[in-house]
Ligand binder design. Structure first.
Ligand code: SF4
Ligand SMILES: [Zn+2]
Length: 375
């Protein structure tokens, strides 16, 4: 099996999106709103509630070319018609400026439903206009997201950096293992491009954050934890500022949703990212867990624990994200569901790479057969 076989599967999974009108673009089209929500984090060592805004641009190039990453629902925000209108981009920017007072929110996330520096989504000339508007409105620090291949143009990065006192970029590394990243997640990237992107961005004085995915399909819980820990260590070695442990949620028109419906995939329990946190925090304390109860677009389902401890677990993670005080995690009640999870975790075997690859390839064949019989 090759990457092109995974792409073929992903394109079959995505096909209904082009004829579907379930995505919420009608409402936001009328009001010229980007996707938005708030997220708790720290900024300069203090708790900070950051507004996140996702411009509705043309879709991510990797989604158009390769079906996109297997868990990603961002295209429900993007404009799948592929029509681009600069006026719409500027109106969405005005909406952001009117919504968040820069004195209260000097640091904002402003990105696209893909990669902000991908010219196929939005021309760089428009980005410069938008950044000028945001700077003139009074925002001091900006965070955006991008695939690594758009972060190796030094000239562009220097221009981006010049608009604000501080610029940070979140990069979807997800896994340091090329096979897992490309075969389990269809990311379509090689590890060396991340190294180059991180170095270039850091040399241009950008702060770099790395997303590390947990709840990956095809892996068992122990393989998933091990991969997330190794990936976090790789990010630390490459001087990232913040490791963002992203917990997979369930989005429509994704491979994970298809597998979930067929009983081939379950969302992770929140004990899984907490186990990654437990291992990695003594090595690097700038770790946050994201994707818990808020996401844009709104998913069908989030990862959870049992009903008895769920609100305690969510609160503890949110308080950790805001304070970096590990007592919030250490003091979690020792719920029965946690004991069960650890019992299962401790008895789970990590497969050798050869065996893992064989199993994953077999599962893809099975998925493709199911897709062909259901179409
Ligand atoms: S995760 Fe990012 S790169 Fe992957 S399909 Fe979604 S927007 Fe594109
Ligand atoms: Zn519980």
């Amino acid at each position: 099996m090759h990457q092109k076989d995974i792409i073929r599967v992903m394109q079959k999974i995505r096909a209904p999106m082009y004829s579907s009108h379930i995505y919420s673009k009608d409402k936001s089209d009328k009001e010229n709103m980007p996707g938005f929500y708030y997220e708790e984090r720290t900024w300069h060592g203090k708790p900070y509630i950051m507004p996140l805004n996702e411009l509705k641009t043309r879709p991510c190039s990797w989604f158009s070319a390769g079906g996109g990453c297997v868990t990603c629902g961002y295209q429900l925000i993007a404009d799948l018609s592929g029509v681009y209108n600069q006026k719409d981009m500027l109106k969405q920017t005005e909406w952001v400026i009117n919504k968040y007072n820069p004195e209260k929110y000097p640091f904002i996330n402003f990105t696209s439903a893909g990669s902000l520096l991908d010219e196929k989504e939005i021309p760089f000339k428009t980005i410069e206009k938008i950044f000028g508007m945001l700077r003139d409105a009074g925002y001091k620090a900006l965070n955006f997201e991008s695939r690594p291949e758009y972060l190796i143009d030094r000239t562009k990065l220097e221009i981006v950096r010049s608009y604000f006192d501080e610029v940070s970029v979140g990069i979807g590394l997800e896994s340091k293992n090329d096979f897992i990243r490309n075969f389990c997640l269809n990311k379509g990237t090689k590890l060396e491009i991340y190294v180059e992107a991180l170095q270039t961005a850091q040399e241009c004085d950008l702060i770099t954050d790395a997303y590390v995915l947990v709840g990956k399909p095809f892996l068992n819980m122990k393989e998933d934890v091990r991969d997330a820990v190794e990936t976090s260590r790789f990010a630390i070695e490459n001087n990232v500022d913040t490791i963002i442990i992203m917990v997979t949620n369930l989005q429509p028109y994704t491979l994970t949703k298809f597998m979930y419906d067929k009983g081939m995939y379950e969302l992770a329990k929140l004990w899984l990212p907490l186990e990654v946190l437990r291992v990695i925090v003594p090595e690097h304390n700038k770790v946050v867990i994201k994707g818990l109860i808020r996401s844009s677009p709104q998913p069908i389902e989030f990862a959870s624990t049992c009903e008895e401890c769920f609100s305690y677990v969510i609160d503890s993670i949110v308080f950790w994200n805001l304070t970096k005080d590990f007592e919030h995690i250490r003091n979690l009640p020792d719920c029965r569901c946690k004991q069960d999870w650890y019992m299962f975790f401790n008895s789970t075997e990590v497969r050798e790479q050869d065996r893992l690859e064989k199993d994953i390839k077999n599962q893809y064949h099975q998925i493709e057969e199911l897709l062909d019989t259901s179409s």
